[in-house]
Design a protein around this ligand. Structure first.
Ligand SMILES: O=C(O)C(=O)C[C@]1(C(=O)O)C=C[C@@H](O)C=C1
Length: 441
């Protein structure tokens, strides 16, 4: 299957594959999805006197949201506690008076705060129930197979991640990460599955930036063991090679091994691993190898010259699943929550923010900083001549607690006091699959 691209679809394409700006028309049905409002409402449920926490069914929850949305607006509009709506608009580029990215959370009585030393399962309920798709996100509205957008072509690791996250889904290849976001926003796909970090290569920065730019919600995560192979056309030997092409992450994950194999050849980055294999095959390149999966070798008729060439056998990529609507956060199984914030002026702000989690014994699993693109530099100087420059950042934090957990709600209420911008990207079940360093392809 050809990936959705940024160029217009050819007329003889049976299946409309995703192309960035040229995504045709919206589907006929109109549906208002709750986006940010829903998240806020769900998180506010205790402080808004919903004795059972978030609604027990999706419709309860959504109607609670409808009621609470107006309260959120009326309560938050006059106050400018965390930098003000204008500021948030500046950060996010949305010209709305009330930007619901700003999480208006009231602190809940510390009695109910789960105390320090507890884990995220503060109800002491068993955590062994296996996850199902319905736990991760609402079912697709069209009643058929779940359509999952990923970046790359068939044989890419992202396709394998889509299959792990949603077995039996219809995986939809997209040529760019951005296109996968748009596919979900435009109802062409129900979910997107995107790599966010790798145990060797680190963060996939592009996707951090896109998470902020788009309004999708993280509804799950999967960790995929990534087992790379060196692929070449049949009959090609290592000695013939003058270059190796692959996704930049895959090149980074195999750098030492390539050198150990004596491959002091040019490395070239392409959009995805399987796309590299497809390219070598399509152009009959006998001096070029691709780093990709064994499945890509099968699909594109390539030979495996070397197997397991990642620099560490336990190479893992973490993917996040994105949807138009958030899931209802729960406390009966381990959840993770991802937030992004920009800190306000003041000293030790980052320390104070992180303390809000530490004091509640909430573990952080990841912190990432990215340039604050709307305000990249702050000039600081006593004489105000602008000689000292501070870089400004957006901080992305993942922590191990559900937004239905009062400890997390209170931690965020505190965080909000020190930040000029705060958005919950999603609260979702942690991937608890037992570690099995088997082939990831
Ligand atoms: O190129 C692919 O196969 C991908 O799915 C992309 C990607 C990435 O972006 O990190 C995913 C997993 C591996 O870490 C290498 C590449």
């Amino acid at each position: 299957m050809k990936a959705l691209t940024t160029t217009p679809p050819s007329t003889n394409n049976l299946k409309p594959l995703i192309r960035s700006p040229a995504v045709p028309t919206r589907p006929n049905f109109i549906r208002v999805y709750p986006t940010r409002v829903s998240i806020q409402c769900a998180y506010r449920s205790e402080s808004m006197n919903f004795p059972n926490g978030v609604g027990s069914s999706r419709s309860d929850w959504q109607s609670s949201c409808a009621i609470l949305a107006s309260k959120v607006v009326s309560q938050e509009q006059p106050t400018d506690k965390a930098g003000g709506a204008d500021h948030v608009a500046a950060v996010n580029g949305h010209k709305t008076a009330i930007d619901l990215n700003l999480v208006p959370i009231e602190k809940v009585s510390e009695e109910n705060d789960g105390g320090c030393g507890g884990n995220s399962n503060n109800n002491n309920k068993p955590v062994s129930k296996p996850l199902t798709i319905t736990d991760l996100s609402p079912a697709p509205m069209h009643g058929s197979q779940l359509r999952v957008a990923y970046q790359g072509v068939p044989g890419a690791y992202s396709e394998a991640a889509a299959g792990k996250a949603y077995p039996n889904c219809e995986a939809i290849p997209c040529d760019q990460f951005e296109v996968a976001f748009q596919a979900v926003e435009l109802w062409i796909a129900d979910r997107a599955v995107l790599p966010i970090e790798n145990s060797l290569g680190g963060s996939i920065h592009r996707n951090y930036d896109l998470l902020l730019r788009h309004r999708l919600h993280i509804v799950g995560e999967v960790q995929l063991p990534v087992h790379h192979c060196l692929l070449a056309l049949p009959g090609v030997r290592k000695e013939y090679l003058t270059r190796v092409i692959s996704h930049p992450q895959a090149l980074a994950q195999c750098e030492l091994t390539l050198t150990k194999l004596g491959l002091n050849v040019a490395r070239e980055a392409v959009d995805d691993t399987a796309g590299a294999a497809e390219y070598v095959a399509a152009h009959n390149l006998r001096d070029t190898a691709a780093i990709a999966s064994a499945r890509a070798a099968d699909l594109y008729g390539m030979n495996i010259l070397a197997d397991g060439i990642q620099d560490d056998s336990s190479n893992v990529t973490r993917f996040v699943m994105l949807a138009r609507e958030p899931i209802i956060p729960r406390t009966d199984r381990p959840f993770k929550t991802s937030i992004v914030f920009a800190h306000d002026k003041g000293t030790s702000v980052l320390f104070k923010v992180l303390s809000a989690f530490a004091f509640r014994n909430i573990s952080l699993t990841k912190i990432e900083s990215r340039p604050h693109r709307n305000r990249p530099i702050r000039l600081v100087d006593d004489a105000n001549v602008g000689t000292a420059k501070h870089f400004e950042y957006m901080f992305y934090v993942d922590f191990e607690a559900s937004m239905a957990d009062v400890r997390a709600q209170n931690a965020l209420a505190e965080v909000q006091e020190f930040t000029s911008f705060l958005r919950v990207l999603g609260s979702y079940p942690m991937d608890m699959t037992p570690w099995c360093p088997s082939r990831g392809d």
